[in-house]
Design a protein around this ligand. Structure first.
Ligand code: FES
Length: 261
């Protein structure tokens, strides 16, 4: 008779059971998650439109520029400058593989959740027909967002090294802007399209051109990609928090606490 003993790590995994998040989800009604997604994504969309077009001009205070207005192009004219830059980040999010799952379930109930049957009984067309096949443009929005992300890092540089004031500063505003661009970069560089570009499209790294470098890049992207939903939500909140903070400075609600070097 032979007996087998599970390795300690495997045994721990077997007996650990579902995590706290999984237990919470398991005990919540199925509609809670879709309702939350609708509320948060809907709120974000409404807020974006308000701050870009209805809040009364460029949201800027001292060296701080709102991410909704960066890069600042064509500041004169009847149209909000946010119009020229908002398109690519919003379309990038709207076509993101993770957000697609979230809003197909929550807004279209197609289906609304795991283990819940289809509520709309139509022939399944996937993403092959208009307008959903436009989601395939995601990789091109990625290239545009790379440029925008570069400008956001430049804005953080300007926030720290205030060129108008001629000094280096560090405070709440610089911290918020830095945290925002780190979260946005984590979201952007964990993109599924980038993972595919880096090495996901290869069958064999050892025979591919630059195979070792691509394997290394693929591993780095994978680290971010494994937490892509978390980066997606965290960066969305950080964009709003950064914009609200700069709005408050802009209207003089308080002064930005910072140290000048
Ligand atoms: S898949 Fe989410 S940003 Fe590309």
């Amino acid at each position: 008779m032979s007996t087998s003993v599970a390795p300690a790590s495997l045994a721990a995994e077997v007996h650990a059971g579902p995590g706290a998040w999984a237990r919470l989800r398991g005990s919540s009604p199925w509609w809670l998650l879709p309702a939350t997604v609708v509320t948060v994504l809907g709120g974000f969309t409404v807020y974006s439109l308000w701050t870009a077009f209805l809040s009364g001009g460029v949201n800027q205070s001292g060296p701080y520029l709102s991410p909704f207005y960066s890069p600042l192009l064509w500041t004169t004219g009847p149209v909000s400058p946010a119009l020229w830059v908002l398109g690519s980040p919003l379309l990038f999010r709207a076509t993101c593989y993770y957000y697609r799952k979230a809003y197909y379930r929550s807004f279209f109930w197609d289906p609304p959740s795991c283990a819940i049957g289809e509520m709309r009984h139509r022939a399944y067309r996937g993403e092959n027909a208009f307008p959903l096949f436009l989601n395939n443009l995601h990789r091109y929005f990625f290239y545009l967002v790379l440029i925008v992300t570069g400008f956001l890092w430049y804005d953080v540089y300007l926030a720290f090294f205030d060129p108008a004031g001629g000094h280096v500063q560090m405070g709440i505003g610089t911290g918020i802007m830095l945290a925002n661009v780190i979260l946005l970069s984590g979201y952007t560089f964990g993109c599924h399209s980038l993972r595919h570009l880096a090495g996901g499209n290869l069958d064999c790294y050892s025979t591919a051109r630059f195979g070792t470098a691509r394997l290394r890049a693929w591993r780095w992207v994978t680290v971010l990609n494994e937490r892509h939903p978390l980066w997606a939500w965290a960066s969305m909140f950080s964009v709003v928090i950064t914009d609200v903070y700069i709005h408050l400075l802009h209207v003089g609600a308080f002064a930005d606490p910072h140290i000048v070097f």
